[in-house]
Structure formats: structure tokens, C-alpha cells
Design a protein around this ligand. Structure first.
Ligand code: MN
Length: 494
């Protein structure tokens, strides 16, 4: 997979001012902006480069820099800040053209007001409380989607907010490049895995295309024993072999090599397959898909290309974070009154990035599909706060449903369950949480992520222009009904 490091993406700090204050003040504005950009750039919370580009004083300069930002592939977004007062009619023509994610950072160079030092010159230089309000008005007046981050630029929470938004912006940029390879179609008769691929490409940029399973089988046949030996050696470093059936494991290695080659040739980072359409393949890919997901590929079972693409995208947005992100499915519940939990898993394909310990390679029969028993990774998920996200096609628009969850250590050993397992408490509790999920139309397939949070995904939805529904500790059935009703009305006019 050909991926640009996140650090290679730049966010441009564009600072607003005007000529009114004279060259000396403008020099100080530039100096302060350089220091802020450097401080942010070096902060551990910030995943990408922050570059101070210019102090903008005229409509022509503003338009020029916004055009540059649009055109430059390394620029993933702009961060604007009005150190002094920048009359906002100057911004209208430029902002009309803006095609990149847009953040308004409302900060100031100094943390404190210098008691003895403050005079009219100081006030005229440090007046973002004033200038940023003028800028806020024009963005509101133009109905521009933008992120607003408020606070002192050296504070950790401000840097975290900014870093989190940058990841959303990367998601929006990367979305336009995302390709999904579908090996065969969706599982027959299933509704939620369907969707308008043309509409999705128009909105999100995803290129979703199908290849016959025969094309993959040809690739599988070409894999050499030597390549399989190398793949087996790499499995041995990552996983514990808990099976003697090496021929079976070798077949998964063969499938993985073939699928990677196929995807890489297409420039795709996500794929789907279905147990209903394996043709002459001997096993449903289990270990093969799991090991690919660990490397950042997206996967969706039963032809679910939306969840596959979202898995790849969220993995990309959270690159460098360590909690893990996986394709997931709500499978079954433990309904102990007051302690209700959901057990998540899949037929085979759960990403080992969630594993609490070293995953085990095991071979077990698969009840459906009528193929040989496949090798798969079996493990328990680790614990912590996470989200599950489901993208659904509402007909005419997309909705992303995100639920906050607390992942717990599985409360049972479940020695006869032959797949990876993760257990969680959905917010606000399972009874209400499942009610809200069903009310909003969320799928059984989700992306589970310890690294993304609701804010990051909401910002991504806002940038790309799709509906966002959040199920959190404070969600209620009454509130959700009202939100969904109003949202349906509002989207009729989009
Ligand atoms: Mn499934």
C-alpha cells in the first residue's frame, strides 16, 4: 500500500491583518505567527506539519493564498487566525473559492495581559478577541463549514483539539483517493450493506468497483511456495501457532499475498468478499484478511464496502495512535440485568490491532459457506474507551452513526468460541443504546476504534457534508426521535 506519511501533510497558518497598523506592527505579527506555528508544529498532539505562510492584508493576498492552498496537494487544510483586526469583506472572494478543510484558531500570542506593559500599542497589536469576532461573523454569514478551536496555543487541550481536527481533515482529503476492491457482490438479500456507489463517489470520492472472484483465483494460483515460506515466517514473528495444520495456514498466506498484490495493483486500500461467492477458493480468507487489516487495509464481510472503506479511512486518520481500529459486528448479548454487555466478533475477520495479547492462529470448521476449515486469529480484545461507527445510505444522503462504548475484559472464557472476541458496554447503557442504534438505522457491521473519537468523526462528517448521529452518555430516545425527524426535514433542502 502506497501511503504518504501523515507528517508530510501541511496545515497552513494564514494570519489576518491590514495595513492600518504600519510595518512595525506587521513585522511583530509575522514574528508571533512564526513562533506559534513552530510551537504547534513541534507539539506531540499535532500529527502533521504546521507552516506559517503569510500575514494577509488585502483581498488579493487572501484570494491568492486560498487558491494556492486549494492547488497544493501537500496542503490538507488552512488554519486562520486574526492577530489584529482584519476587515472581513476582504475575505469574501477568497473564502468563496476555498476547497480545503478550514479551521479558525481563536487564540492570542500572550497568555496574560501585562499589567504594567499594556498601553494602546499593545492593545492594537494583540486584539484577536476583537479581530477573530469579525472573522467569525463572515464565516457564519457565508454559512461556511469550519472548525473553531478556542484557547491558548500552548495549552494541551487546544493542541489536542487542533490535532484531532487535523486527523478529520486528513480523512476528508484521503477519502477522495480511496479505492475499494469488491471480490464479488454483496451477500444476497441483505439491505444495509447496499448503497448508491455513484452518490457515495460524488460525496466522498470513494471509487468502489467489483472484480470477479475468478480474477483473484488466477492471482492466488500464481503465488510461489517461496513467497508462502516468507509469509509464514512473518506470521511466526507476529502470532502463536496453535495448530498443526500448516497446509491450511499456508493457504491463507497464499490468499493474503494474492489479495495484497491485487489491491496494490489497483491502488486500493480496502476490499470486500463474501462467503457466498468464493468459487474455487478453498477457504474463506480469515488470517489473510486479519493480517492485512493489521497493516491498514480496510475490510468488510458479506460485500459490505461501506464498512470496509470506513475501516481503512479511520485507520488512516488515526495513524501513529496505538489503540487499534477494526471491522466489527455486534453478535450476541449478555443480558445480566444492570450489567448488560454486547459481544462483538465476526465469522473470522477481526483485526488483531485490538488484541490484548499475542493472537493465536487456529483452524476450525466454518459452519457456512461449504469450504475447508479456515485458519484465523483468535484473541481477546483489550479494554478501554472506544467508539463504534456505522455508515448507512439513507437514500439521497449518508448518515454516520457513532456510539461511545467502554470495552471490558470478556467476562467469560468462552473456550469453544473459535473467533476473536471483544465485549463492551454501549452508552448510555445497552438497553437505551441498542434502542437508539436501531432507531437511527445503524448496521450490524461497524468500525470499532480505540483511537478515533466522536469529535474526530463529527468533524469529518462536517467537512465532507454528511449527516452525523452521536449516541453518547446523555442520549435519550425522545431526543433522538426529535433529532432524526428534524434532520430528515433539513436534509430535504440540502
Ligand atoms: Mn457480518
Amino acid at each position: 500500500m502506497d501511503k504518504k506519511p501523515l507528517r508530510d501533510y501541511e496545515f497552513w497558518l494564514l494570519v489576518g491583518s491590514q495595513f492600518l497598523y504600519g510595518p512595525e506592527t506587521l513585522e511583530q505579527v509575522a514574528d508571533h505567527s512564526t513562533i506559534i506555528a513552530k510551537g504547534l508544529d513541534e507539539a506531540k498532539e499535532i500529527p502533521c506539519k504546521v507552516v506559517y505562510k503569510a500575514t494577509l492584508k488585502t483581498p488579493e493576498e487572501i484570494t491568492k493564498w486560498i487558491k494556492e492552498a486549494n492547488y497544493d496537494d501537500s496542503c490538507a487544510g488552512i488554519i486562520v487566525w486574526m492577530h489584529t483586526f482584519s476587515p472581513s469583506k476582504m475575505w469574501i472572494n477568497g473564502l468563496e473559492l476555498l476547497q480545503k478543510p478550514y479551521c479558525h484558531l481563536h487564540t492570542q500570542f500572550n497568555r496574560n495581559i501585562p499589567d504594567e506593559g499594556i498601553d494602546m500599542d499593545f492593545m492594537n497589536l494583540n486584539q484577536s478577541a476583537h479581530g477573530d469576532r469579525e472573522h467569525g461573523f463572515i464565516a457564519a454569514r457565508m454559512r461556511l463549514k469550519r472548525k473553531i478551536v478556542v484557547g491558548y496555543w500552548e495549552d494541551e487541550d487546544v493542541r489536542q483539539d487542533l490535532g484531532c481536527w487535523m486527523r478529520s481533515a486528513i480523512g476528508a482529503i484521503e477519502s477522495k483517493k480511496l479505492k475499494v476492491v469488491r471480490f464479488g457482490d454483496n451477500m444476497r438479500n441483505v439491505a444495509v450493506t447496499e448503497g448508491d456507489k455513484v452518490g457515495v463517489q460524488m460525496r466522498l470520492g470513494w471509487q468502489v468497483n467489483t472484480w470477479g472472484v475468478g480474477d483473484l483465483i488466477k492471482e492466488i494460483d500464481k503465488v510461489t511456495e517461496k513467497e508462502i515460506d516468507e509469509k509464514m515466517a512473518s506470521y511466526a514473528t507476529l502470532y502463536t501457532f496453535a495448530t498443526e495444520e500448516l497446509v491450511t495456514v499456508r493457504y491463507q498466506a497464499r490468499e493474503e499475498i494474492a489479495m495484497r498484490r491485487f489491491l496494490d495493483r489497483q491502488g486500493a486500500c480496502a476490499f470486500t468478499n463474501t462467503f457466498e461467492d468464493l468459487q474455487e477458493m478453498k477457504q474463506l480468507p480469515g488470517l489473510a484478511s486479519q493480517n492485512m487489516m493489521a497493516d491498514g487495509y480496510g475490510y468488510g464481510g458479506e460485500g459490505d464496502w461501506k464498512v470496509s472503506a470506513m475501516t481503512a479511512l479511520i485507520k488512516r486518520m488515526t495513524e501513529g495512535m496505538e489503540g487499534g481500529t477494526a471491522f466489527m459486528e455486534d453478535y450476541t448479548y449478555d443480558l445480566q440485568k444492570g450489567k448488560e454487555l454486547s459481544l462483538g466478533s465476526h465469522m473470522l475477520e477481526v483485526c488483531p490491532s485490538l488484541a490484548a495479547g499475542k493472537p493465536r492462529i487456529e483452524v476450525h470448521p466454518l459452519g457456512i459457506g461449504g469450504k475447508e476449515p479456515p485458519a484465523r486469529l483468535v484473541f481477546e480484545g483489550h479494554t478501554g474507551n472506544a467508539v463504534v461507527a456505522s455508515l448507512i445510505d439513507m437514500g439521497g444522503r449518508l448518515r454516520l452513526i457513532v456510539q461511545d462504548i467502554t470495552v471490558v475484559k470478556p467476562i467469560y472464557k468462552m473456550p469453544n468460541l473459535p473467533v476473536a472476541r471483544v465485549m463492551w458496554k454501549p452508552e448510555p447503557d445497552l438497553k437505551t443504546g441498542a434502542h437508539l442504534w436501531i432507531l437511527a438505522g445503524g448496521a450490524h457491521h461497524t468500525v470499532l476504534s480505540f483511537d478515533a473519537n466522536a469529535q474526530m468523526l463529527e468533524d469529518w462528517c462536517e467537512i465532507v457534508g454528511i449527516e452525523f448521529v452521536h449516541i453518547s452518555v446523555s442520549s435519550t430516545v425522545e431526543g433522538m426521535k426529535q433529532q432524526l425527524f428534524l434532520s430528515d426535514l433539513a436534509w430535504k433542502f440540502q
